[in-house]
Design a protein around this ligand. Structure first.
Ligand code: G6P
Length: 491
């Protein structure tokens, strides 16, 4: 048994991400923090709230060109556990680094949408500049013994900028989205520099074994590093980087307790009554082309067209959380989704029972859980997704009822949640057939599956994830970053 080092015995934890726990808005009463909608944020918040430390992130506000460090505020308000350190970005930086390089180049590239990826030199330049700015804010606000934990595709060059000034810094990077096969990543003109800079972290984490394997291969083929595939170690210039696959978990106790609250149960019953019909299906996603919302609607249209006995009985509620609304691809998708919802409702409304209810807004946790509770089935059918936490939240919320999870094999969570029904989102027929299989499933089987799913989600929860990560990063599992002459490096 290897005992992990307590983070605080040596230094404090410094979480670094593009989006932080809250997004600031300027109001007439001053700056107000609104909770951010992001899988990454919901997963990291319980970790930093427990460990304490600093969270360095952009607060969603715009600064002037040249502004770097914004406000530092203790969070959560009223019961502070950590400090939020804001990074200021100018409108031009947000446009080129966030809307541009992160969301219009890397995001589509990593989600199998190469044709949507835009390779613009000015996006890349801005990405480098903003990553360097983050590094400066980190160096200014932290100590050499701190543990710098960087998150996601927005900030993969930060490890390298930090190392220029602190060669022995403790740096880990967690990548929350899919990592594509090496030959796809290689299409990006700056791929070699990008991968090499990621290797300045001593530990790089992914949600699945596939993504980790793809990264090892990219390190070998694109960055020319030496790779030991068995131990998941990358060697470059006498330094090593360990690669791990660890699927992020949720804070299930929070969902369990909300699901048991009288107000939330009443609200669930009320939602169910307003929706009407015999069955309610739910989809909860940021409005993103990776989430398969359009494909899901097409599956519903297939169902209503080919199995008319379900008309007037099945209602599908799609909650689409507004996301990246300044980017054209997202505006275009919204238009198509709204058109499709209108077309389906026009064609299949029977006796004034509306088959698709569509909400374009973000919900509070209570409302979210009430929708999970009200639904007979959750449709989590992305065309590609790093992991997907909605799937985990739904099964915990419904642990004591019946409820069916339909999952796409292209969500990272499918590697863990084997007892969910599965359907290929690119096939409307297969998806519709699996929806029917879920609706007609005997209660005993629903309960058996939910129990097995709950075992996984509760055992591999957020505490498990952080503990495993900490063991790999800070426990003595990890050999020194520096390769000694006696170490065996693959030829
Ligand atoms: C994904 C990414 C996160 C991101 C979230 C929301 O889950 O992995 O890093 O925060 O999407 O997207 P946004 O662009 O609004 O931060």
């Amino acid at each position: 048994f290897i005992k992990p080092l307590a983070v605080k015995s040596n230094g404090q934890l410094v979480i670094v991400s593009n989006r932080g726990a809250c997004t600031f808005r300027e109001t007439s009463q001053g700056v107000k923090g609104i909770p951010s909608v992001s899988g990454l944020v919901s997963a990291l918040e319980p970790v930093v709230a427990r460990e304490g430390g600093v969270w360095v992130a952009w607060g969603g506000r715009f600064g002037n060109e040249g502004d770097e460090t914004g406000i530092s505020c203790p969070l959560p308000e009223g019961d502070p556990k950590y400090v939020f350190q804001e990074v200021m970005l100018a409108p031009r930086e947000v446009d080129l680094y966030y809307n541009g390089f992160a969301n219009s180049c890397l995001w589509p590239l990593c989600h199998n949408f190469i044709e949507k990826s835009v390779f613009e030199e000015q996006y890349w330049q801005a990405y480098c500049q903003v990553n360097e700015k983050y590094a400066r804010v980190i160096l200014r606000t932290t100590k050499p013994q701190d543990f710098i934990w960087i998150h996601d595709y927005h900030l993969a060059k930060v490890p390298s900028y930090i190392r220029r000034f602190r060669t022995r810094a403790r740096i880990s990077l967690f990548w929350h989205i899919p990592f594509p096969p090496a030959e796809i990543f290689a299409v990006m003109p700056w791929a070699k520099e990008y991968i090499s800079d990621m290797l300045d972290a001593e530990l790089v984490g992914f949600h699945t074994q596939n993504y980790a394997q793809n990264f090892l291969q990219a390190a070998e083929e694109i960055a020319g590093a030496k790779v030991d595939y068995v131990s998941g170690t990358i060697y470059r210039e006498r330094k090593r980087t360990k690669v791990v696959a660890l699927p992020i978990g949720i804070n299930w106790r929070e969902f369990e307790s909300l699901a048991g609250s009288a107000e939330v149960m009443q609200r669930a019953a009320q939602i169910r009554r307003s929706v009407g019909g015999d069955y309610m299906l739910v989809g909860v996603d940021r409005l993103d082309y990776t989430k398969g919302i359009l494909e899901r609607l097409q599956a519903l249209a297939w169902l209503f067209k080919n199995c008319p006995q379900y008309r007037g009985k099945v209602t599908f509620v799609q909650i689409a959380v507004p996301s990246r609304t300044d980017t054209y691809a997202y505006q275009e998708l919204r238009r198509k989704i709204e058109e499709t919802v209108g077309r389906i409702n026009g064609a299949f409304t029977e006796n004034y029972h509306v088959p698709v209810r569509y909400l374009f807004k973000s919900l509070s946790k209570e409302e979210l859980v009430a929708h999970y509770l009200a639904a007979d089935m959750a449709l989590v059918t992305p065309v590609k997704d790093g992991l997907n936490l909605v799937a985990k939240e739904y099964v915990v919320t419904n642990a004591n009822n019946t409820g069916v999870l339909l999952l796409s094999p292209f969500a990272g969570a499918a590697q863990q949640l084997k007892e969910a029904l599965q359907a290929n989102p690119f096939s409307p027929r297969e998806t519709a057939e699996q929806i029917i299989a879920g609706l007609e499933m005997p209660d005993a089987e629903k309960k058996r599956r939910l129990k097995a799913l709950n075992n996984v989600v509760r055992n591999q929860d957020i505490d498990w994830w952080w503990e495993q990560l900490r063991l790999n990063w800070l426990g003595d599992v990890l050999q020194s970053r520096y390769v000694s002459p006696s170490d065996k490096v693959p030829e």
